[in-house]
Design a protein around this ligand. Structure first.
Ligand code: 5GP
Ligand code: ZN
Length: 112
């Protein structure tokens, strides 16, 4: 999608602090970290949120979770939280599917 911030980051048109990249997904550190380690994993294809996942694109979500497991393991992160906000009320501000991976501090439950 031409006017999407995360499409531009995935394409390298907007700079980011990259953690991982392959042909399907891109991971980069959040510009406003909410934990000592906070990165985002996004599909390169434009998908607006979890609400747009279907049988045609759910393979990307499976792949992203494999990447989350591998990247956290390679960084020595053994406890972390994966979050995806869907829609305004839940706090989604960028309408391109992304999974927050947060770690490095005690976390509370339920989330705010
Ligand atoms: P959401 O609020 O949609 O769940 O998450 C969007 C996240 O993207 C926020 O945590 C926000 O800090 C991050 N973000 C927004 N703009 C940029 C940017 O230009 N670069 C990076 N690295 N992160 C961004
Ligand atoms: Zn996009």
């Amino acid at each position: 999608m031409s006017d999407c911030l995360f499409c531009k980051i995935a394409a390298g048109e907007i700079p980011s602090n990259k953690v991982y990249e392959d042909n399907l997904c891109f991971a980069f550190y959040d510009i406003a970290p909410q934990a000592p380690s906070h990165f985002l994993v996004i599909p390169k294809a434009h998908i607006s949120s979890v609400a747009a996942i279907d049988s045609e694109n759910s393979n990307l979500v499976a792949h992203i979770f494999e990447v989350i497991a591998a990247v956290t393991a390679s960084e020595g992160i053994d406890s972390y939280r994966v979050v995806s906000n869907i829609g305004e009320q839940a706090g989604q501000t960028v309408p391109h599917l992304h999974f927050h991976v947060l770690s490095g501090r005690d976390m509370t439950w339920p989330p705010g």
